[in-house]
Structure formats: C-alpha cells, structure tokens
Design a protein around this ligand. Sequence first.
Ligand SMILES: Nc1ncnc2c1ncn2[C@@H]1O[C@H](COP(=O)(O)OP(=O)(O)OP(=O)(O)O)[C@@H](O)[C@H]1O
Ligand SMILES: [Mg+2]
Length: 401
Amino acid sequence: MTGMLSGGFRAALQTTTAARPHGGDGALLAVDDEPAITASIADQLHRRYHVLTAGSGEEALATLRSEKVSVILTDQRMPEMTGVDLLARVAEEVPDVTRLLVTGYSDIEAVIRAVNEGKVYYYLSKPWRPEVLEGLVRQAFEHNRLMEERRALVEELRQANTGLEAKVRERTAELVRSNKELEQFAYVVSHDLQEPLRMVSSYTQLLSRRYKGRLDANADEFIAYAVDGANRMQRLINDLLAYSRVGTGGKEFEPIDCMAVFDLALVNLRMAIQESGAVVEHHRLPIVMGDKLQFGQLLQNLIGNAIKYHGDEPPRVHVSAEQKGHEWVFSVRDNGIGIDPQYAERVFVIFQRLHTREEHAGTGIGLAICHKIVERHGGRIWVESQLGSGATFFFTIPIKS
Ligand SMILES: Nc1ncnc2c1ncn2[C@@H]1O[C@H](COP(=O)(O)OP(=O)(O)OP(=O)(O)O)[C@@H](O)[C@H]1O
Ligand SMILES: [Mg+2]
C-alpha cells in the first residue's frame, strides 16, 4: 500500500518535470558553420531543451526574430560574422537572450573583451566534454529564468506604482473638488446669513434698549442672552467668511519682505503686547514669494496666540526662519501654557478650541486660517509643544524665484 502511494507520488513528480522539459520557456539556439557540430549539440541536448540550429550569424538573427529563444550558443570562428559580433548584435536586438560563446584558445583576447563588455555571459573552450556543455547550458537557462523573473517583478512593481500614482491623482482631484465645494458653501451660507442675522441682532438690541427695566427681571436676562447670542453668531459668521475668502479672495504672489510684515504685525498687536508686557523678538527674516496680506495675517495670528496663551511669566515670543533644502522653515516660539501633543492637529481645525470663551476670548478660527494660508502657499504647518512648557509653531514656504 505504502509502496503504491510513493510510486504514484513519484509518477506525479515526473509529469510535472516533463511538463517543463526545456528549463526555461524558450529554446536553445546553437550556431556553427559546421553542421556536424550543431547536429551533435542538438543530439546531446534535445531531450532536455528545445534545440534550434543555425549555420551563420545572419541565419541565427533571423531565427531570433521569429522564435522565442532563451539561450544562444555560438561558435566564434565563422566566415561572415564572428561569434562575438553576432552576440554583440543579439545583445542589442534581443537583450533578454543569455549569450554563450564557443571558442578556441587562440581567440581568448577577443573573448575576454566581449565578456568584459557584457556581450557574453559565459564561454566554452573547444574541444568540450559533454558534461561541461550540459552544465554550462543548464546554468545559462537558470540565469535566463532568474533574469526573466526579475524583469517580471520589476514590471509588476512598475504597474502597481503607476496604478497607485493614478489613484493618488484621482483622490487629490476629488479632494480639491470637494474642498472647493465646501468653500463655496461656506461662503454662500455665511454671506446669506449675514442679512437675517443683522436683523435679529439689531432688533434684540432695540428691545434691550427700549424695554430694559420695563418688563420683569427674567425678561431683561433673556434679552441679554439673545443679544449675546446674536453677537456671537455675527462673529462666527464673519470668521467663516474670512476663512472661505482665503482660497477665493487671495491676491497674486509677489516678493514679500518678512521683516516689514513682522513690524506691521507688531503694530497691529500693540494693545495685546502692552497689556501683557510681552517681548517679541525676531531673527533675520527672508524675502519670500507670497500673498502679502495673507502672510501678514499668518504671522499676526501666530504671534497673537503666542501672546494670548501665556503662562504666569510675561510672554516671550521668538520668530525665526531657516533655509532647509528648497523651503524656508519659519518658527514662532513662545513660553506660554503649551498644548497637549494629543491636540496638536485638532487646533488647526475650524472652530476647535482648547479653551472656553470665559478663559480666553476667541472663536477658534485663527489657526484654521493659518493652515489655509500656508496650504495656499504650498507649505505645511504644525506645532511642537508639551503642556506647560511653551509651544513652537512651524510653517514652511517653498523657495521660488
Ligand atoms: N501658542 C499657543 N499656546 C497654547 N495654546 C495655543 C496656542 N495657539 C493656539 N492654542 C490653542 O489652540 C486653540 C485654537 O487656536 P486658534 O488661534 O485657532 O483659535 P483661538 O485663538 O481660540 O481663537 P481666535 O484665533 O479665533 O481668536 C486655542 O483655543 C488654544 O487653545
Ligand atoms: Mg487665535
């Protein structure tokens, strides 16, 4: 029983080997101007390989154009085209064929040169022993198969990569489209909401002016809430409008002197600086290409935050820029309350705040606008911080002429 099983197994193995009698997919092409030699090669190897023969270089090239050949074995000394010349043309025209040369000792110089130039994979000296020929051909087919596998892998990789690139391009286009739609939506909504909101706000203010103390205490309180709510909504809508204008209302890029922009930001932040006793310093700042107004807004929002979120010490803010590769890396460093790293991304999302209105005034639009401005300029923005030990905001601006 066991014997039968193992016999069956062996038979199955043999069939598999028999299904691939030629080692690789293609044939062995033997080239020699003496028919007796090609005949003897064919005779020796036809059981393992599909053997084709040719009597000259031209004939061999013709065969290569019409048949799938994995390995070519050619004699060096032939009347019209030498073996080295033939293999040089094979290397040009059908580079995937593995090239073997048969040579006498007198040709050794030519062979060495051809091997060094990569035209010959290996050579066989005459007269050869049958097992040497067989071993060499087997090795050549193995080499050919490995090369083919490598080509297939490279091709597979290339295709996967192309597919991936196409997918990324597609997704990016989708994202751009959906961002545009969102922007449009934000703009329309905030624009259209302004009018009815103005009405609510002015009538509640009128109510409060005219009827304060004339109704009961509850009514006064309710009216105050309504006025406060309407005002807050007005601020939110203005912020939303400002946010949506970053993409649509931007100016052409021009050279910006960052020093001048920095000075202007400090003028605008004068009150906050005086109240907090802040010291705001800067290193040499470069000239960059961008939208001047937006760039100013970016610096002002970051410096403004650095002042606003100070700790017990008076705020110290340092602004600097460093060239790294093809971009400027700006940083705005403070000694304030810092940010828990888990919120490092959330702070850039519109209306996301880590503080209540009672703790610090604001709607949570500043960093969202910064993010959008930096994105529009082709850069990135991020924060590095630990709770309680200051924060450094970084952003990059590509260097363009
Ligand atoms: N330099 C900083 N140090 C510590 N926390 C900061 C700093 N900058 C921003 N944050 C945190 O990130 C949140 C979002 O900041 P962002 O500037 O977007 O909004 P905001 O300052 O709260 O309001 P707005 O800028 O609209 O007035 C802030 O509420 C604050 O919690
Ligand atoms: Mg802010």
